[in-house]
Design a binder for this molecule. Structure first.
Ligand SMILES: NC(=O)c1ccc[n+]([C@@H]2O[C@H](COP(=O)([O-])OP(=O)(O)OC[C@H]3O[C@@H](n4cnc5c(N)ncnc54)[C@H](O)[C@@H]3O)[C@@H](O)[C@H]2O)c1
Length: 419
């Protein structure tokens, strides 16, 4: 069955999903896209041309214009920024669309519950883009856990290393740097990790506490004489790892592509000129950012499992440790780099050696959240076409639990800061 997609927002994430949908023409057609930036809609139009849409592609300059056209597809992809999710998601569901909804569901608990209530009232299926579940890595972890090899899960530790440049790009200079304009870090970045915790533990949390703060990316740490913008003659430009001029380098251009429409083709001079006025040209120690660069969380769940989670700007990649009554599992980017395998699993007892598991590289590589973007688009089709919605691999109800954990963690963190 062919599902036709309409895109509400044609930004970085939406274009990724459109590109993947175009590679699955037996499952998806692309019917329309809406965005105030015409060049972004044109990229989705290009992907649409590779699909077998029953009607010509339609372009709109806003979500309002798209919704005014009525229901012109099966699934609405909500790819606008966090603060717009509630209005766009509910409007789309009222028109009759099922949703592929970018995370977070919404930036506040009240808005999140409102989206969930609308989905229940209208009987719509909503897949939230918690891409990690769909990676080969976490799928294998879940399979091992469900197989009983570790016995009963008793406790787990998880770590997310955001990586210093990523932190600076997205959470110091970028879209998610001010909590009131987007959402707190634990929701914006770590709701993926909350989702994984909730999914692996398989029970709601009963207690949760959290601590964290913004420690490094503050004015107090600015090098002497550093101006407000890297383009204004910074005395440490040659040694600063956050120098915005690094956006001209090939690795920098990959990041720039998420926020600059001509990142691939622009000359260095054009990029440097853009950095003179853009948020991404600001000194990372002189921004208006307030989201944390490190946070920890400790939780107890209804099945007595305990879990800890650390988010830090100052590591790269995710790491996971599961401890069960019969054995343990460790895996993630550190083990991959040091040992070359993805997971280690060992049963308790004298003389036991860890079993090394190396996963087959996903067909489309690890690009796109470790293969999760491709996995999500495959699951989306299965979930929206399966007869029984209760059997969906990922539903709005399941995603709600991770959001509740994130909101509670943020409340706990703020309370602990005010003591
Ligand atoms: N699943 C993930 O891992 C992941 C990763 C990054 C971001 N996100 C989330 O995805 C969402 C989009 O992020 P992004 O990086 O693609 O942002 P983006 O800024 O690139 O895309 C948002 C787009 O919405 C458009 N827009 C603004 N107002 C609009 C309106 N009224 N109608 C239609 N379009 C409008 C903007 O022009 C822009 O092109 C955010 O909620 C973000 O938190 C998810």
């Amino acid at each position: 069955m062919l599902l036709s997609l309409v895109f509400c927002g044609a930004g970085s994430r939406a274009r990724t999903y459109a590109g993947i949908a175009a590679e699955m023409p037996d499952r998806y057609a692309i019917a329309a896209a809406a965005d105030p930036v015409p060049a972004r809609v044109d990229i989705i139009r290009g992907h649409a041309a590779k699909t077998r849409a029953p009607a010509p592609f339609r372009a709109f300059d806003s979500a309002d214009a798209l919704f005014a056209a009525g229901k012109i597809g099966d699934v609405c992809v909500i790819g606008t920024q966090d603060a717009l999710h509630r209005a766009h998601a509910i409007r789309a569901m009222e028109l009759g669309y099922d949703l592929l909804l970018e995370k977070p569901i919404a930036p506040t608990l009240e808005d999140t519950e409102a989206v969930a209530a609308a989905a229940r009232r209208l009987g719509r299926r909503v897949v939230v883009c918690h891409v990690l579940r769909h990676t080969p890595f976490y799928s294998e972890v879940k399979r091992i856990l469900d197989s009983g090899e570790l016995g009963r899960l008793v406790s787990l530790n998880a770590l997310e290393g955001v990586q210093p440049w990523h932190q600076a790009h997205s959470f110091v200079r970028g879209h998610w740097s001010v909590a009131a304009k987007s959402s707190p870090m634990i929701l914006a970045k770590s709701c993926h990790d909350m989702d994984i915790l909730a999914w692996l533990v398989g029970a709601p949390h009963t207690e949760l506490s959290s601590h964290g703060s913004l420690t490094h990316f503050t004015a107090a740490n600015a090098p002497a004489g550093a101006p407000a913008r890297c383009t204004d003659g910074c005395p440490v430009a040659d040694t600063c790892r956050y120098n915005a001029a690094l956006y001209c380098r090939p690795e920098g251009r990959r990041w720039l592509g998420m926020v600059h429409d001509r990142a691939k083709d622009a000359t260095d001079a054009e990029i440097l000129d853009w950095l003179r006025t853009s948020p991404w040209g600001r000194c990372v120690y002189r921004c208006d950012n307030d989201v944390v660069d490190h946070q920890v969380l400790a939780a107890r769940f209804a099945n007595d499992v305990t879990a800890t989670f650390t988010m830090t700007a100052f590591d790269e990649g995710r790491h996971l440790e599961l401890f069960g009554t019969e054995g343990w599992l460790r895996g993630g980017s550190f083990i991959k780099k040091q040992l070359g395998c993805d997971l280690l699993v060992q049963r308790h007892g004298w003389g036991q050696e860890p079993r090394r598991i190396t996963l087959e590289e996903p067909k489309h590589g690890y690009a796109g959240h470790g293969g999760g973007d491709w996995g999500l688009m495959s699951t989306l089709h299965e979930d929206l076409t399966r007869a029984n919605p209760a059997e969906m691999r990922t539903s709005l109800e399941t995603s709600l639990q991770s959001h509740r954990m994130a909101f509670e963690a943020e409340r706990s963190r703020l309370q602990s800061r005010s003591r």
